[in-house]
Design a protein around this ligand. Sequence first.
Ligand code: OAD
Length: 235
Amino acid sequence: MKRIVVLSGAGMSAESGLSTFRDAGGLWEGHDVMEVASPEGWARNPELVLSFYNQRRAQLLTSKPNAAHHALAAFEKESGFELDIITQNVDDLHERAGSQNILHLHGELLKARSSIDAELIYAWHKDICLGDTCDKGSQLRPHIVWFGEEVPMISVAAQRVGQADAMIIVGTSLQVYPAASLIDFLVPQAPIYYIDPDPSLSHMVTRNKNLTVLAQTATEGIPTVLQHIKKTASM
Ligand code: OAD
């Protein structure tokens, strides 16, 4: 076993103090997800959408990677395994912990982009305000993949899953596609470790005989799984 792929979701950052999306009954920090994370919501009320992501960005800047982010980064550095992280999270906590190969499926909070040209992307740590424009003069928006939008990185992500010898899935309800369908690209014999205190087994490939579920938080489950992978690889 050489290559491990990690698919992380909001639960990965829960112990850093960032809220998940669906744990509070579909409300995200008091908002209907569609109101703040869809092109329709943006068209209806851009000020609300900007203010929502400005708050998330400000909160992120005061948050820190947790022990699970650090454990993944240390494993990559010390174990000799290749580690590919595919994250649905828009925070930069995997980066700040020191992981090297990170693919953001749903965009990044610390970037802004043009609302007319998806290629015009800017590093952005402060608030995005109405009137902040790209080089082509159009309003900047958060660099986030909203519901109903394409996920440009999905084919690169699928390729990385296809090359992996094992997959760790952590802190995700696996309800959002195409992210959840990435599991299907794993070679059939490769083990899957799914870490989530409330695992969504209906969305999981239960036909995969190599599935291990740890109903634990990320900081509990990640070190256990990494230890297990190291141990089985050296046997
Ligand atoms: P969800 O909010 O749907 O799921 C979070 C998962 O984290 C749940 O299964 C929880 O049980 C689990 N969880 C809670 N605390 C945890 C902890 N301490 N350790 C580990 N797991 C924990 O979030 P995602 O599956 O990431 O998209 O949601 C996927 C996408 O939907 C997001 O990327 C976002 C959202 O709309 C966009 O913003 C485009």
